[in-house]
Write a protein that binds this ligand. Structure first.
Ligand SMILES: C[S@@+](CC[C@H](N)C(=O)[O-])C[C@H]1O[C@@H](n2cnc3c(N)ncnc32)[C@H](O)[C@@H]1O
Length: 316
């Protein structure tokens, strides 16, 4: 029990890591995010290959967000599972691209910190859509007109169902699920239960998942042992063996179709002008290291219904 709690704390701490890396890359000009500094004040230096990896991660996921917003005509909902300190809601709102509803879920200890930071920061709270003037807070949850932040353990499906209904989720709306470096921390059986439940409930949806892949080779094994020495169990790593296992985890759990790309493919698919812009930000001594890193992460997607069928990473 005490060990389980320590494991969960190590998993929750991965959010600090991700947010700090994003903050640092934004500071260097890899991409623009005017809101990240409200969640992370300061960070130490990160290596150029880490910054480029984060750039590919954020931009790769953005390709699918843009496609979702276009195909759903702005009439869909986004549900970010294990959202950490993600700033997407605010970025979309400033771009005039808010979906009808936006829901973020994470462990209560993480959402409590996020609630506190949102409450404290006028620039964040002012942007929560408040036509009826009401924003409801508890220590761990926040409900505004079209933004909901809720504390939950994703391994407890009946609580997830309950919180999604509190967040006014509509099962029949086009829905985008995002898990960015999350499922690897959830044990295979709980992740299957979650994916199956979501697939059964949301018949018109797309799921976008970013995380490790090719974990069986030597580089993958070193990555795993580094993460484990930081206390992360990586209970879901079984599904990170290959692009095939990443896809299969969706189709065996009721999703109609799936696809997956390594981050090498994702990076190469990004607009050339953007790639050459960011490649000028910092000198990269060891290009091979970046390639190895990108080979060990992927974006996998799955869909239900016709709207999002066969969506791909290709631009346009
Ligand atoms: C590596 S961080 C990524 C955060 C964010 N998605 C991003 O990419 O910036 C992983 C997040 O997943 C959350 N998480 C992992 N397992 C979870 C679970 N069982 N229930 C709720 N949240 C979970 C962690 O608390 C953490 O915030």
């Amino acid at each position: 029990m005490i060990k389980d709690m320590a494991d969960d704390e190590a998993v929750q701490a991965t959010n600090d890591d991700a947010s700090e890396c994003k903050r640092y890359a934004v500071q260097l000009g890899y991409w623009s995010d005017p809101f990240i500094n409200f969640f992370v004040r300061q960070t130490g230096r990160k290596a150029p290959e880490i910054n480029r990896g984060y750039y590919a991660r954020v931009k790769g996921i953005e390709v699918f967000i843009d496609k979702f917003l276009k195909l759903s005509g702005g009439k869909g909902q986004i549900i970010n599972l294990g959202a950490g300190f993600d700033t997407l809601y605010w970025r979309l709102r400033d771009a005039g691209n808010s979906p009808l509803n936006f829901v973020e879920l994470d462990f209560p200890s993480v959402t409590a910190k996020k609630c506190y930071l949102i409450k404290k920061q006028k620039q964040l709270i002012d942007r929560l859509n408040t036509e009826d003037g009401e924003i409801r807070f508890s220590a761990t949850d926040l409900h505004a007109a079209n933004y909901h932040l809720v504390g939950i353990d994703l391994r407890h499906i009946s609580d997830v169902a309950n919180k999604l209904s509190q967040a006014e989720v509509n099962f029949s709306l086009p829905t985008l699920f995002i898990t960015e470096c999350v499922l690897v921390y959830v044990d295979t059986s709980a992740a299957s239960t979650l994916l199956k439940w979501l697939s059964g409930k949301f018949s018109n949806s797309i799921f976008v998942n970013y995380e490790q892949v090719n974990m069986r080779d030597k580089f993958g094994q070193v990555m795993l042992s580094n993460l484990r020495t930081r206390g992360c169990l990586l209970a879901g790593v079984e599904d990170c063996e290959s692009l095939e296992t990443q896809q299969r985890r969706f189709t065996v759990n009721g999703w109609e179709g799936s696809n997956a790309w390594t981050m090498v493919e994702v990076y190469d698919s990004l607009p050339e002008s953007e790639r050459s812009r960011i490649e000028r930000i910092e000198l990269l001594d060891e290009r091979e290291l970046l390639t190895q890193l990108l080979q060990h992460y992927c974006i996998s997607i799955a869909w239900n219904g016709q709207t999002f069928k066969n969506i791909s990473i290709a631009q346009g």
